[in-house]
Unconditional design. Structure first.
Lengths: 226, 410
């Protein structure tokens, strides 16, 4: 039996008196129920009854199902909403989808990303020469994923990042690139979530993962010959 | 109140010890913290004791100062959410809501009803989370070590829910200007309802362990008492103010989000001692579950982020295929500028009035941000509460005030 059972459930009994000095700064006084302060009963003052009761409560917990997990043998259930460390999506030809626009580098609050852009001979000319994420700085906020205009950087499900030296945490392209199949669940989540209010903007990207304006179909810039 | 500004007190400044035959002893200086487990983070208390009585107390703050207000001047408005998370780290999302409301007030962005409802829900979950930690740590401070386990059991289950919603356990970075990061899925609403259905029984269990406990009574009753007038003079807000009998709650006094439409009581205490602060917080947990029940039962449908092409990132599908939305995306991320002006927006966080004062020069970075952190101001009440108390009471006083040094030092 809780002592607060005596607290009135609805609005309190009439307008409560406002203490002197409180009124001018705030809006109208509202009904506030007082919390019940009670003296200890004889049983409680003798202490043995409540003591045994509380111990009994703790004792019964021993036969309940464990709420803890035996990590690392038992891992947590990985959901597509989970923010692991950010990784780069690989196209089928092994190149990154990233076009080195630098938007994730700009938005990253702890400045964990460093990109050096470069040019290639492929139809999509730009690519990152180096793409480095310092996982010691990364706070896994997913801002990079949200702003990326190419679906090139997504949050993975990897949350155990360990190493012996600081350099182990500075991931370069070799470590960051992951095949799109591995990240399918998260990419599906990104497409579902970030279409926002625009239910009509369902998009089916081509299998290669390259997004193109349909109006420009067939008019891509030819491969540079120089 | 003039003594509040004095910082450095030496033994020589104190009244000389009485003569022979008196039980008074020589005043003794004692430094408590910043590593003391009962100082809740990195607070140092310089105490001057006369035997077991506290004669002077000087809290030393700033060990966790990270210069967040200055950092804000070099970050975009969206990026600053990541720092507000780390103010009061027991309720990261409530801080984010405070900052989002401030920026939206300045920029005049209308937030859809569903986004507002989700924000209200996470605000109340954060209040529960903060109060649960307070119950657990407060229990440990007063000798009820098993309270810690039970409180953290519930908090962990609560964090599992938020993990599923936001993708991160703490410091979620969930809010966006104009709405929230993702929608609240229907299956998660079912899980949240199940958690809320169980929770009032758990509060009863907490009370079984604490409210009727004689040791707890002896530690908390009549300890750290301040009057309503004193609390108002010091600027104390939140449960610490309401425990003195002043029923001021910003959710009622200056309503924001969906609070005007919700039915809840604002519990007040009568005497303003540590025990009243305990009772008020326990009752606030019950009221929070009541608010959450109402919200989850009638969550409005609709958008979870404003349909505002100038202020919110465009739909991703269009960014992939259309040049105009691509430009929108780049401009919104790199060069989103609210109008010139200044605003102040306060929200009722778990510890009291959390206010953001924002001065904008019309640039993509704030010109100045001032954070009115409730912990910092509530901490000022430590002095009138502790002077004259027994040395052992200081732990109960600090536990019942429940300031968070991450927010206090900013």
């Amino acid at each position: 039996m809780s002592p607060h059972d005596a607290t009135p459930a609805g609005p309190g009994p009439g307008p409560a008196p406002v203490a002197a000095g409180a009124a001018p700064r705030f809006a109208a006084a509202v009904a506030n129920p007082k919390v019940l302060r009670r003296e200890l009963t004889l049983n409680e003052r003798l202490f043995v009854g409540p003591f045994v009761k509380a111990l009994w409560y703790t004792f019964t917990r021993m036969f309940r199902k464990d709420i803890t997990r035996r990590y690392p043998e038992q891992k947590m259930e990985v959901k597509p909403t989970l923010h692991g460390v950010p990784v780069l999506v690989m196209k089928e030809d092994g190149a990154p989808r990233c076009v080195a626009c630098g938007l994730c580098e700009f938005v990253c609050p702890p400045r964990a990303i460093d990109i050096q852009p470069g040019e290639t001979d492929r139809p999509i000319e730009r690519e990152p020469k180096t793409f480095v994420i310092d996982m010691l700085r990364c706070i896994e906020c997913s801002y990079c994923e949200e702003v990326c205009p190419e679906e090139a950087i997504v949050m993975s499900t990897e949350y155990e990042v360990v190493g012996r030296r600081r350099e182990d945490f500075v991931w370069d392209l070799k470590k960051l690139l992951k095949p799109a199949q591995e990240l399918a669940a998260r990419i599906a989540w990104v497409r579902k979530t970030y279409k926002r209010w625009d239910a009509a903007a369902e998009i089916a990207p081509p299998p290669g993962g390259v997004f193109r304006d349909p109006r420009w179909a067939g008019r891509e810039r030819p491969v540079d010959s120089h | 109140m003039t003594t509040l500004t004095e910082r450095i007190v030496t033994v020589a400044d104190l009244p000389q010890p009485p003569g022979e035959g008196d039980l008074h002893s020589e005043p003794m200086e004692l430094s408590m913290g910043p590593q003391h487990p009962a100082t809740h983070g990195v607070l140092q208390c310089k105490l001057i004791l006369d035997g077991e009585k506290i004669v002077r107390i000087d809290p030393v703050m700033g060990y966790l100062h990270r210069g967040k207000e200055k950092h804000a001047e070099h970050m975009t408005y969206q990026q600053f959410f990541t720092l507000t998370d780390r103010l009061d780290y027991l309720q990261p999302l409530a801080n984010e809501v405070g900052w989002a409301l401030t920026v939206e007030k300045l920029a005049g962005i209308e937030v859809p009803a569903r986004a507002q409802a989700i924000r209200t829900i996470i605000c109340e979950f954060m209040r529960l989370s903060a109060h649960l930690v307070w119950a657990g740590i407060g229990g440990v401070d007063t000798g009820a070590v098993s309270m810690f386990m039970y409180a953290f059991r519930d908090r962990e289950a609560l964090f599992d829910l938020l993990d599923e919603l936001t993708g991160l356990r703490t410091n979620q970075e969930y809010l966006r200007i104009g709405g929230v990061g993702t929608d609240l899925p229907a299956e998660l609403i079912v899980k949240m309802k199940a958690w809320i259905a169980d929770f009032p029984a758990h509060i009863d269990q907490f009370e079984l362990l604490l409210t009727g406990n004689r040791i707890f009574h002896q530690r908390m009753r009549g300890v750290g008492q301040i009057s309503a007038a004193q609390a108002i003079d010091l600027g104390v807000t939140g449960p610490c103010l309401r425990a003195t009998g002043v029923g001021v709650d910003l959710r009622r006094a200056r309503p924001y989000l969906l609070y005007p439409q919700l039915e809840f009581d604002v519990p007040v205490g009568t005497r303003g001692d540590a025990y009243d602060r305990y009772l008020v917080r326990i009752e606030e947990m019950r009221q929070s579950t009541r608010i959450l029940k109402q919200l989850l039962d009638q969550l409005p449908a609709g958008d979870w982020i404003a349909k505002d092409w100038k202020n919110v990132l465009p739909p991703k599908g269009r960014v992939y295929t259309s040049m105009e939305e691509m430009i929108h995306q780049f401009k919104t991320v790199t060069d989103w500028c609210p109008p010139k002006g200044e605003v102040y927006q306060a929200t009722e966080a778990a510890n009291g009035e959390l206010g953001f004062y924002l001065l904008s020069a019309g640039e993509s970075h704030p010109y100045r941000v001032k954070i009115r952190s409730p912990s910092f101001i509530n901490l000022q009440a430590l002095k009138p509460m502790a002077i004259g108390a027994w040395f052992g009471d200081i732990v109960a006083i600090i536990a019942s005030l429940h300031f968070i040094m991450g927010e206090c030092d900013r």
